[in-house]
Ligand binder design. Sequence first.
Ligand SMILES: Nc1ncnc2c1ncn2[C@@H]1O[C@H](COP(=O)(O)OP(=O)(O)OP(=O)(O)O)[C@@H](O)[C@H]1O
Length: 253
Amino acid sequence: MSDPFIRVRDLHQRFGSQHVLRGIDLDVHRGETLVLLGGSGAGKSVLLKHLPGLLCPTEGTVHVEDTEISCMNERELTPIRRKVGIMFQGGALFDFMSVGENVAFPLREAGVRDEAEIAKRVADALEIVRLAGEESKMPASLSGGMRKRVALARAVVDRPACVLYDEPHAGLDPVTADTIDHMIKRLQRDYGMTNIVITHEMRSVFHIADRIAFLKDGLIYWLGTPKELRQTTDPELRAFVDGDSGDPWDESA
Ligand SMILES: Nc1ncnc2c1ncn2[C@@H]1O[C@H](COP(=O)(O)OP(=O)(O)OP(=O)(O)O)[C@@H](O)[C@H]1O
């Protein structure tokens, strides 16, 4: 196996008296899709935010390729942000900008000035998410699924080596969620992208994951393949996979 694309070692994050991450060790391999699973409040989003340097750890390190990025300043992080794109929960589009300008935003931030090049790269990114020709629409006129696809186009327009997705299926109907899964796998297959995905949708997990990391109490509790997860006898994982809280259902009600 080649060197990991992202290497996390003994990562701790405290917020005041709350110890959210308690010593995470994780390697993310180049070109894989890794899914982060775990109960609410387990620390998945906090871990994800460390990977492009959006948070500075209390202890421990994050390396992207050979560069330690923990606690870098904004200027030092600029080349890292070009390698690691992020699709935030809810899409986080700028409502006052057209679809085209939203997608172009990371290119302008990175200093691309050639308008013809920007237009071409925006068109290519919209093509990937099946929204070709929709540049002039405003975000307010889009459905939730289309907004997510625009957010995905914006995350990939600068062709990062790695994309992070914070609950890309939240609020989507099952069919639209499935189209997002196909896009994630297409980016991996066609562009060799590394994907790191937080989701609670077990159907998606089994469609897209090469490996799954299960977080519990700020630690990686379990790491394995979808096949291993299907076969697990660990009661905690089983309950998660089966969506079973253990509370009985009153069938007569
Ligand atoms: N900036 C912050 N300041 C203080 N506490 C925070 C901050 N960010 C996260 N937390 C706390 O860290 C804990 C873990 O949050 P996180 O968002 O990582 O959970 P999660 O596993 O992604 O959960 P969910 O599945 O519900 O989104 C929560 O208790 C949250 O309140």
